[in-house]
Design a protein around this ligand. Structure first.
Ligand SMILES: Nc1nc2c(ncn2[C@@H]2O[C@H](COP(=O)(O)OP(=O)(O)OP(=O)(O)O)[C@@H](O)[C@H]2O)c(=O)[nH]1
Ligand SMILES: [Mg+2]
Length: 449
C-alpha cells in the first residue's frame, strides 16, 4: 500500500532556469521544517500566516544557500487543507535542488505526482472534477486553450451534473412508487417523467457531442492539406509553419507520407498535415501515400484543398472535393504570383501564393474562425476522457430508461436504465471508488500539483 501521509515537498514551478521558483510543503511538519532552514530577516512567517516574509535559507551550521521569501498557510485555510509553506527562491536549478535536499534531510518526503491535489480532495478543498480541470488547464499552451479549459474550473458543469443526478433519483423514486402503488401515479405522472427524461437525454447528448472539443483544446484541431500533385501543398505547409519542414521540389509526387506539425493560429493549437498529391499512379509506393493522405483527410477536423491556380479548377479537383468528409474545407488556388486562370472555381476560393505569402493571412483568419467555432465554450468543457466516458454511460442509461418506458415495457425495467445513469453520474462527479482514486486519477497529474 502506498504511503500517502506525512509532510511532502515538491517544486510547484516547472523545472528549468527562471527568475523565481517555488518549493511547496504540505503536512503536519511544514512549519517545523520551515523553522529548520529559514532564517527570517523581519516578520516571522509562522507568526504571520499568508504574509510573504523575507529571509535566508541555510542548512543548520552552514552558509546561506539563498535569500528567499516564505509564506505560511495555516490549516485548514490552505491549498491542501493542511499546513502549507511555500518558499520562493531564486530560479537556479541548484538552489531548488539544495532546498529540496534540506527538506528531505529534515524528514519531508518528495511528493508523488498529483499528491497536493489529492490531499486537497481528501480535505474537501477540491472536487475530483475541479482537480481534473486544473490539471487540464496547466497543459494549455495557447490562449484559446487556456480560456476554454478554465471553464471547467468554476464547477459549472459539476453543478449541472449534480442537478441531473437529483433528477434521476427523483424519477427513480417516482417510478418505484408507481410499481408499488400504480393507482396513485397514473399516466399523467408517466408523461411528465418522460418529458424530464427526454430533456436529460438532450443535455447529456450535448455534453457528449462537445467531447471532441476537449481533444481540440488539448491536442489541437487537425487540418489536412490535400490536392492534386504539385499544387503547392508542401509549400503551403511550410509557409503556415514558417519553416522549411517539408520537402518541396518541382517534381510531381514529391510528398509520400503524411507529415504532421503543430502550429498556433488565432490562439488555438492546430495540427497541420501535409499529404501526398492525389493522382492515378502505377507506382505502388506513391499510391500507398495517396491512400494514406486521403485517409488522414477523412478523419481530420477540416481540410484545405490546394490546387494550382494557374491551371484552374477542373474535374480532378471537383472529384477530390467530393471525396472529403463533411468537415469544413477551404479551397485554395495557389501560385497566385504566377497569375490565376480565369474561369469557374467554387465560391469563396482563396487566392494565395505559398511563395510570396500573399493571401495567407485571410486563409489563417478563416482557420481561426473554424477553430473558435469548434472550441467548447465555458461550462461545456469536460476536462478528462474519464468524464466523457462516464457521461456516455449516463446517456446510455437514460436512453435505455426512456425507450423502455416509451414502449410501455414497465417502470420496473425502465428503472434499470435509471440505476445505470445514476451510477455513471455519481462516478463522473466523485471519480468512483475512493480506495484507488489516487492511482486512477491523481497519479496522472504532474509532480508539484
Ligand atoms: N511560383 C510559385 N511556385 C510555387 C508556389 N507553391 C509551390 N510552388 C512550386 O511548385 C512546385 C511544387 O511545390 P510543392 O509544395 O512541392 O507541391 P506539392 O503539392 O506538395 O507536391 P506533391 O508533394 O508532389 O504533391 C515547387 O517547385 C514549388 O516551388 C507558389 O505559390 N508560387
Ligand atoms: Mg508535397
Amino acid at each position: 500500500m502506498r504511503d500517502l501521509s506525512g509532510t511532502i515537498a515538491a517544486e510547484a514551478t516547472p523545472p528549468g532556469r527562471g527568475s523565481v521558483r517555488i518549493v511547496r510543503l504540505s503536512g503536519p511538519q511544514a512549519v517545523v521544517l520551515l523553522k529548520s532552514l529559514f532564517v527570517p530577516q523581519g516578520p516571522l512567517p509562522w507568526e504571520r500566516p499568508r504574509c510573504l516574509c523575507l529571509g535566508a535559507v541555510r542548512a543548520p551550521g552552514e552558509g546561506i544557500l539563498d535569500r528567499a521569501l516564505a509564506v505560511y498557510f495555516r490549516s485548514p485555510d490552505s491549498l491542501t487543507g493542511e499546513d502549507v509553506v511555500e518558499l520562493q527562491v531564486h530560479g537556479a536549478p541548484g538552489v531548488v535542488r539544495g532546498v529540496l535536499d534540506l527538506l528531505g534531510a529534515g524528514g519531508a518526503r518528495m511528493a508523488l505526482p498529483g499528491e497536493f491535489s489529492y490531499r486537497a480532495f481528501l480535505n474537501g478543498k477540491l472536487s475530483v472534477m475541479e482537480a481534473e480541470a486544473v490539471n487540464a488547464l496547466v497543459d494549455a499552451e495557447t490562449e484559446g486553450q487556456a480560456a476554454g479549459l478554465a471553464g471547467g474550473l468554476h464547477g459549472g458543469i459539476e453543478g449541472e451534473l449534480r442537478a441531473m443526478l437529483e433528477e434521476v433519483l427523483d424519477l427513480r423514486a417516482g417510478w418505484e412508487a408507481g410499481i408499488d402503488f400504480p393507482e396513485d401515479v397514473g399516466d399523467m405522472g408517466l408523461a411528465g417523467s418522460l418529458e424530464r427524461l427526454r430533456s436529460m437525454v438532450g443535455q447529456l447528448e450535448g455534453l457528449v457531442r462537445a467531447a471532441p472539443a476537449l481533444r481540440y483544446l488539448r491536442e489541437g484541431w487537425r487540418l489536412a492539406l490535400v490536392g492534386p500533385v504539385n499544387s503547392g501543398k508542401s509549400s503551403l505547409f511550410n509557409a503556415l509553419l514558417k519553416r522549411e519542414r517539408a520537402l518541396v521540389t518541382p517534381h510531381p509526387g514529391t510528398t509520400r507520407d503524411v507529415l504532421e506539425e503543430s502550429v498556433q493560429i488565432g490562439g488555438y493549437p492546430l495540427i497541420l498535415m501535409d499529404t501526398a498529391g492525389v493522382r492515378a499512379t502505377s507506382d505502388p509506393v506513391e499510391s500507398l501515400g495517396v491512400e494514406r493522405g486521403l485517409k488522414a483527410a477523412s478523419v481530420a477536423d477540416g481540410a484545405v484543398l490546394v490546387f494550382d491556380g494557374r491551371k484552374g479548377w477542373g474535374d480532378e479537383e471537383e472529384g477530390l472535393l467530393g471525396r472529403l468528409n463533411g468537415a469544413p474545407v477551404a479551397i485554395v488556388a495557389n501560385k497566385a504570383d504566377l497569375g490565376i486562370q480565369a474561369g469557374h472555381m467554387p465560391a469563396g476560393t482563396f487566392s494565395v501564393s505559398a511563395v510570396t505569402g500573399a493571401g495567407l493571412e485571410r486563409l489563417s483568419e478563416r482557420l481561426g474562425v473554424w477553430m473558435e467555432a469548434a472550441a467548447p465554450k465555458g461550462r461545456e468543457v469536460l476536462s478528462s476522457d474519464r468524464q466523457v466516458e462516464a457521461l456516455r454511460g449516463a446517456l446510455a442509461g437514460c436512453l435505455a430508461a426512456l425507450r423502455t418506458a416509451e414502449e410501455g415495457r414497465g417502470e420496473d425495467l425502465a428503472c434499470g436504465g435509471l440505476v445505470e445513469a445514476q451510477r455513471a453520474l455519481e462516478a463522473c462527479i466523485t471519480g468512483g471508488s475512493v480506495e484507488d482514486l489516487y492511482d486512477r486519477i491523481f497519479s496522472r497529474f504532474c509532480i508539484g500539483k
